[in-house]
Design a protein around this ligand. Sequence first.
Ligand code: CTP
Length: 406
Amino acid sequence: MLEGKKLLLVISGGIAAYKCLELIRRLRERGADVRCVLTGAGERFVTPLSVATVTGQRVFRDLFSPTDENEIGHIELAREADLVLVAPATANILAKMTAGIADDLATAVLLATDKPVMAAPAMNGRMWEHPATRANVARLAERGVQFVGPEEGEMAEAGEWGPGRMTEPADILTAVETFFAGAGRLQGRRAIVTSGPTYEAIDPVRYIANRSSGKQGHAIAGALARLGAETTLVSGPTRLPDPLGVRVINVEAARDMLAACKGALPADVAVLVAAVADWRVAEPAKRKIKKDSTKGAPVLKLVENPDILAKLSADNAGRPALVVGFAAETGSVVEKAKRKRLTKGCDWIVANDVASGTFGAESNTVHLVTAEGVEDWPPMAKSTVAQRLADRIADALEGVPARPTP
Ligand code: CTP
């Protein structure tokens, strides 16, 4: 049921816009309050009058309308909703959302909102598969936009078949209901997530690093936040945008990451995804090391870094109720992960095989290793791994008393 839930539906200009009338009807049947923003192109496919009739409310269309802005400004419109749903989401509106363009009411609302955003793309298959759209969708997903579809099927263009059909209203409704059923499951909980690589200084300009992109860790932080957890993401250097609704602490070296994690305690759950450098240079040079062929190449003395996962797992006073580690392995993945779970003292290990180009990729094949056994998850997008893990965390914390507030 969606009783009392406020939805803001942004209808952009695709042939699938006509399906929105049915979507609105179904959402309202479940008790949702639906307000609509119609783009100029959207109006070509569905009339403001029909949208107003099915929503039982006026339709918002113009960023510069003096009456609209007097009664309810675009900022208020953006913030009053519990969920902003973009359906259909055309390639054009996805591109504008990615770039932060706000040249009409719909895009201004999408830029101004601090609420979760769900998008149901609809476009020609070639447009969906174009590298520009692929990149935009990946970027938006990283920022926490949830995608429903598109589906494969016949295109509006006669004889064309492919991915790009908007998901049917009944399935969009299910996605919305699932979203609200999940939202709030981690309300009142605190989570710490580490992500990305660490940089260990050699001298003021050089460092030791690794190939971690941070995609999986950032996605997990976003997914926990979407379930309502107060989430702190302690991140090494990445090129990723901050996930929506997450407090981000940027660090470089392992020791700073450990200090930031300790500072973020107490927490109910810690998910340590970062690819922390195992070693650092014992004494980084204060000045840039100059090349001197008479002396030969410098020799770096390495010392071991603190193991953040082991330390948080062993922290008697501050140990989160659930500590989850990741294991990046090449070969015998599950066996190594089982051993790692015991030696590091954490509750779960999410194991993945990094031999096959996981770093920087969009998808991941993982195994969840717990005290109860091993679950092999099928290959899936990193964002789906994140969502599924966040759900499992919410299950595990059910009935566990929340840690004392700081
Ligand atoms: N980890 C950590 N601090 C470290 C090293 C690793 O918190 N100094 C965490 C990672 O975030 C991950 C888990 O430990 O959750 C496993 O990291 P991984 O690099 O796979 O294992 P290592 O302990 O480094 O062991 P090895 O490299 O020998 O496999």
